[in-house]
Ligand binder design. Structure first.
Ligand SMILES: Nc1ncnc2c1ncn2[C@@H]1O[C@@H]2COP(=O)(O)O[C@H]2[C@H]1O
Length: 374
């Protein structure tokens, strides 16, 4: 490429950003347009960094023609040509258009019994678990009961999304066309009572990434975009961004789909240990699976009263799976060698979310079979 061509290409790139910014600016007409533009450009910088694309990494639409033959599950930025599924992610993701101050939550009348039933289901969904009582009440009040008969489509891939759903009763199937040219969508998963879906387009202001059909008569509770935005969206995005980086270092999870990894992020809890603190004690019952986010740790086994070091862990490593897979007592004591940050899943979430890598876990566990008591 000669210098003239380079400048032309450069101009195109700069113009593209400026034109989009002006378009968004005129659309929202903020009073303080300088602050708005700074915020917008920061969001674009964040958006176009590689870190961002792997972090948001929720591209369930398709990208450019060159990639047309690949199954893409990352977010291609910026938006490309008309042959693709619509893939834009609005600046709303970054809070530019979020006007929280005017939020008046909707209230759909319900009996106390209905409220209790909704709350019960809500508390099984990770992203609602951390809510305070007042926020829980707002969400429960805003939920709308919806009935679908067998074969009804609840969500159609490519549509705009206005609600997320929690399954109260019934069963639904999730399908997705991986490429616009696919004749048939691929079956992805089933949804049963207590499951949640339809959150992606609310989180990232993107088109529906998959289609969902009732397999039998089903009752769902729908939460509107405005309540979702004001109560759970920021915390969920923050958590996903924060932990996707931690999970990206865990080799075990590399074969998992981006969407499955986001589900793990939602379920993670975090704990810090000081140097010398015991995270797991040999012989005890185990109910958590850990991944190392920061610091180093070591595993010791008791050998006639002597503690013998058998393994070391660093960021990206995991431990605590044996007790959960094989229902064994803890096979080693794990101690923090430095100050450590670990993220963990409880045993139910571990068994549910790590199903796709169970074989790898079992295979890897073979390597320390020699340490396991008969
Ligand atoms: N692999 C997947 N990729 C994208 N969406 C998925 C996947 N599995 C389940 N879904 C759900 O399907 C929903 C379709 O609507 P949304 O894009 O709003 O949110 C999506 C997710 O809740």
């Amino acid at each position: 490429m000669n210098n003239k061509e380079r400048i032309t290409k450069y101009k195109e790139k700069v113009n593209d950003v400026i034109q989009k910014m002006i378009y968004e600016l005129f659309k929202s007409q903020p009073e303080n347009y300088i602050d708005w533009m700074i915020q917008y450009l920061e969001s674009v910088r964040f958006q176009s960094s590689k870190a961002f694309s792997t972090k948001i990494a929720i591209e369930y639409n398709l990208s450019s023609e060159e990639e047309e033959n690949e199954e893409v599950d990352e977010l291609p930025l910026p938006v490309k040509n008309a042959k693709t599924f619509r893939s834009s992610v609005s600046a709303e993701v970054f809070g530019v258009h979020n006007k929280k101050e005017n939020f008046i939550p909707r209230v759909i009348p319900k009996t106390e019994e209905q409220k209790q039933q909704i709350l019960e289901k809500l508390m099984k969904v990770f992203m609602f678990q951390a809510l305070g009582q007042h926020e829980q009440e707002i969400v429960v009040n805003a939920m709308e009961e919806k009935h679908y008969t067998k074969d009804d489509w609840v969500i159609t891939q490519g549509d705009d999304g206005a609600e997320l759903y929690i399954v109260f009763s019934g069963e639904l199937d999730c399908f997705r066309k991986m490429k616009p040219t696919d004749p048939e969508p691929k079956f992805l998963k089933k949804y049963k009572p207590g499951d949640m879906f339809g959150e992606l387009s609310l989180l990232y202001n993107s088109p529906r990434a998959a289609s969902i059909q009732a397999k039998e008569d089903s009752v769902l509770f729908a939460l509107d975009r405005s309540t979702f935005n004001n109560i759970v969206k920021d915390a969920t995005i923050k958590k996903r961004l924060q932990y996707e980086e931690v999970l990206s270092k865990v080799e075990l999870l590399q074969s998992m789909e981006a969407y499955e990894k986001t589900q793990i992020c939602d379920g993670l809890k975090e704990q810090t240990y000081q140097k010398g603190e015991v995270i797991i004690q040999e012989g005890e019952e185990g109910d958590k699976f850990y991944m190392v986010a920061e610091g180093t740790l070591a595993a010791y086994k008791d050998n006639n009263g002597q503690q013998v070091e058998v393994l070391r862990y660093q960021p990206g490593d995991y431990f605590g799976e044996l007790a959960l897979i094989h229902k064994l007592p803890r096979q080693a004591t794990i101690i923090a060698e430095t100050q450590c940050v670990v993220v963990y899943l409880d045993s139910n979430s571990f068994l549910r979310l790590l199903g796709p890598v169970e074989d790898i876990l079992k295979r890897n566990a073979e390597t320390y079979k020699k340490f396991i008591q008969n």
